[in-house]
Design a protein around this ligand. Structure first.
Ligand SMILES: *Cc1c(COP(=O)(O)O)cnc(C)c1O
Length: 382
């Protein structure tokens, strides 16, 4: 079966990335793979079984729908942790399914206890504490109230105490992030004073895992690294300046491909596509490719992006349409309808990286990847 466009996921590249992350971890630090946003666009149904085969048994998601998707494809009864949204109904579901979730406000705590009582199973909760991100998290003043309630309830089981750092990928946030870790330590001491020693302390994402290894503690929640990207250029520079070899340690696992839909010769002096943004200075051959902004190929790539066909770059001409782009193939010999078109990835010696792609389209890696629609077929390749 061939598709008008599809995504390939490289198993060997994923394995390389997971091994790299493992090498960065302290001896007792556990790895939770963050698979929110459909595994950063790569596809939960593809990523979970692959990673379970690589020994990963802890996954972090944003909401209950994602937790449900992970549950559907998990074969090894991995731990699932919801870091964000659950409705009251979904709290019931999570308790029933032994899915762990964050607590950052009274209502959720109340809902968790009621659900657990009714179902007859403990709610497995992570107390998210406020340390300075100011997004979600229980403020210091309310800590005692929450902890006493959890401690006294037979229906609530405290699985962890966590927080999120506000931008560990950039040195410009150093002071703020440092202050957060100090506040977190203060909170741990307070809990200790109340006789509570959390079994699972976790605060680090990809950036903090690399830049501040002392934040790794019991577990890290790593997202972007597993997909083969550093959180930003700065984190990579920081990493590489400490090395003696300059090999890039990560590998992009995603490729995005389509095919030539149709070919057309046009005359000098004509415009291509909507409006007048592209003018043909000479006779040219245009190939249409059935991918557009509706598939996540950003409109800002109009007259800017490029693809690879038959081992040659072909520039995008005219505006990106909803379902289609036009590319200039005048200089590509023997081009035929049905030829492979690489949007992201490699063909022969040429490559289009996600980074170059997102520079053009003004999106950061995270954004470009998660915008890839869920219904583009995804297949595993070696
Ligand atoms: C997304 C997210 C992570 C992972 O971030 P990366 O930069 O992709 O490693 C970790 N923790 C929380 C709470 C998140 O929302």
């Amino acid at each position: 079966m061939s598709y008008s466009n599809h995504i390939e996921i490289s198993k060997s590249a994923l394995e390389q990335n997971i091994n790299f992350i493992r090498q960065q971890l302290l001896r007792h630090t556990r790895l939770s793979c963050v698979v929110k946003g459909n595994a950063y666009g790569h596809g939960i149904p593809i990523i979970i079984p692959l990673e379970e085969d690589m020994g990963i048994n802890h996954f972090s998601v944003f909401n209950a729908e994602e937790a449900y998707q992970v549950k559907q494809v998990s074969k090894r009864n991995s731990t699932i942790m919801i870091m964000g949204m659950l409705t009251q109904e979904q709290v019931h579901w999570a308790v029933e399914q032994e899915v762990e979730f964050y607590i950052f406000e009274r209502e959720r705590l109340q809902e968790a206890e009621e659900a657990a009582k009714k179902i007859g199973k403990p709610a497995l909760i992570h107390l998210e504490v406020e340390t300075g991100m100011n997004r979600t998290g229980v403020p210091f003043e309310l800590l005692e109230e929450f902890v006493l309630k959890i401690d006294r309830s037979p229906h609530l089981q405290l699985k962890g105490v966590c927080t999120h750092l506000a931008g560990a990928e950039s040195i410009s946030n150093y002071y703020r992030v440092k202050k957060q870790t100090i506040t977190y330590q203060k909170i741990l001491r307070k809990l200790q004073g109340m006789g509570i020693t959390p079994q699972n302390r976790h605060i680090a994402s990809s950036a903090a895992t690399l830049r501040h290894p002392n934040t790794q503690m019991d577990m890290v929640r790593v997202g972007i690294l597993q997909y083969g990207f550093f959180p930003n250029e700065e984190t990579f520079t920081h990493y590489i300046t400490k090395k003696t070899d300059y090999d890039y340690p990560l590998k992009r696992i995603i490729s995005w491909k389509s095919q030539v839909m149709s070919l057309k010769d046009i005359q000098q002096g004509e415009f291509v596509g909507y409006g007048t943004s592209y003018f043909a200075h000479s006779p040219m051959t245009i190939a249409t490719v059935p991918v557009g902004y509706g598939h996540g190929y950003s409109r800002s790539l109009s007259n800017q992006g490029r693809v690879i066909i038959n081992g040659h770059f072909a520039p995008v001409v005219g505006t990106i349409n909803m379902n289609m782009i036009c590319v200039d193939v005048s200089n590509i010999p023997n081009i035929q309808k049905g030829d492979e078109v690489v949007l992201i990835g490699k063909q022969d010696e040429l490559e289009i990286s996600v980074a170059s792609f997102s520079d053009f389209s003004n999106q950061i890696n995270y954004e470009l990847l998660t915008r890839l629609p869920i219904d583009i077929p995804r297949i595993v390749v070696e």
